[in-house]
Structures are given as C-alpha cells and as structure tokens.
Design a protein around this ligand. Structure first.
Ligand SMILES: [Zn+2]
Length: 261
C-alpha cells in the first residue's frame, strides 16, 4: 500500500509504478490505433492520382506552360521530369511530386501526373511570391518536430495533484493534444493555399473547366490527407495524455460526509 499525503487540505494517494506502466502501454496502444487510421484518409487521393495517369496528356502542355504564365520561370523555378531519374522512387512512378524551396525545383513525373504539377507550382508561388505563404512554409518543419515532441510529453507521468500550482510543463502536458493539432495547422493551411493558387494558375494557362473541376476533386482529396493527419495526431496525443493522466495522477481521497440530520 502506498502512503497517502495531504495537500491543500485534501488527502491524496499517489499512483504506484505499476499503474504508470499499464497507462504507458494503454496510451501507446490507443495512439497507434488512432494513427492507424491515416491510410484511410490518404486512400481517396492515392486512388485518383493513379487514375490520372491515363489522362495525363490533357494536363501536360498546360502544366509545362505554367511556369512561364505565372512568372515562376523568371524567379528561377525549374521542373525536374522525374521519369528520367529512373530511381524507382514514388516520384518516378508518378505517385508523388514535390517542390524543393532550396533549389526552386518541382520534381514530378510529367508523363504521368502533370495534374499535380499545378499544386507544386502553388507551393513555389507561396514560397516566392507571398509573405504569408512563405511564413507558413517555414513553420512546417518546426511544426512536425513540435508535434512529435507533444507525443513524448503525453507519455510523461502526472505526479502532481490536480489542484497543485501549475508550471509551464504542466500546462503543456494538459494541452499537448491541442498543441500537437495546432502544430500541424501551418502545413494544412499552406497545402490549401498551394492548391488554391495552383487551380487559379491552371485557369490562367487556359485549361478547360471540366479538367479544372477534376483537378479540384483531386486537390480536395489531397487536403483531406493533411487534415486527417492533423486531426489524428491531435487525437492520438490527446488520448495518450488522458490515459497517462488517469493512471498516474494522485487520487484524491473522498472523505465521506456525515450528517446528523
Ligand atoms: Zn503540397
């Protein structure tokens, strides 16, 4: 039996180490179960992207014109056609594309997924032609790191009684799920902006409206992937935190109140 102690006029029983280990295991299980839902969020996007391979020719010319139309070529942006890389990466296979701010390059298989290229050009526009977009893109990486740290913080034990004065770490522990979610928001927002600008640019290149409509569908599914990641991370960290709180927070001893009447 663990000895109880008094704090602020209340009696508390600290949780023993075994409860902490149980909490740790359950918290890990809960968070990995939640993170396990991620492929479901990405599925609609991946499915459509593969389908787009067959109608790539409808988008290719417009995409290749897009750097000139947007003026990105004058800013030094270049396309790296991934079909010539021959490295069997997902980019080579037309399952992914990316913009590299450092080199100002869009790496994409233009024989398969030119439709995705406008979105990458949107990232370049965020990076090179807008202050807000640039700030958001700079926040992405620190956001991932901070969100991962929240995952660790969630697993810390809670040795203080609930009504004890809180320091900064306690506040972070209490809100780690919300913070982890917030850390993902710059990414979600920047992705959304890249798509918005990409669609606008596609219109400028003269792409027909039915093709734009199809593109919007693909981009909405891409955004769902990111929004899903933000939500799942927030929920996973939040659930782990709640479980650790339950298993490690000292338990208040309720004193039965007797009344004569
Ligand atoms: Zn993107």
């Amino acid at each position: 039996m663990v000895n109880s102690y008094y704090y602020n006029g209340n009696e508390y029983i600290p949780k023993d180490a075994n409860a902490g280990s149980t909490g740790f295991i359950l918290a890990s299980l809960a968070s990995s179960a939640i993170m396990g839902t991620l492929p479901a969020f990405a599925k609609p996007f991946n499915k459509q992207l593969i389908k787009e391979h067959s109608q790539n020719h409808l988008y290719k010319d417009a995409f290749e014109k897009s750097l000139e139309v947007s003026g990105l070529d004058k800013k030094g942006v270049e396309i790296i056609p991934a079909q010539y890389l021959n490295d069997m990466s997902d980019v080579f296979c037309g399952q992914n594309a990316y913009y590299t701010p450092k080199r100002k390059t869009i790496t994409i298989n233009t024989d398969k997924i030119s439709i995705a290229g406008f979105h990458e050009a949107g990232h370049a526009l965020n990076d090179l032609k807008g202050k807000f977009g640039k700030i958001l893109s700079k926040l992405r990486y620190p956001g991932y790191v901070a969100a991962a740290w929240m995952g660790f913080v969630a697993m810390f034990s809670r040795p203080k009684p609930k009504d004890a004065p809180k320091d900064v770490i306690d506040h972070i522990k209490d809100n780690c799920g919300k913070i982890a979610f917030a850390c993902w928001l710059p990414t979600v927002l920047e992705e959304g902006m890249a798509s918005y600008k990409g669609i606008k640019l596609a219109r400028k290149t003269g792409l027909a409206e039915p093709l734009i409509k199809n593109m919007k569908k693909l981009y909405a599914k891409a955004l769902l992937t990111y929004a899903g990641r933000a939500t799942a991370t927030g929920l996973a960290v939040g659930a782990a935190s709640m479980i650790m709180d339950y298993f490690t927070r000292p338990k208040k001893v309720e004193i039965p109140k007797f009344s004569l009447f």
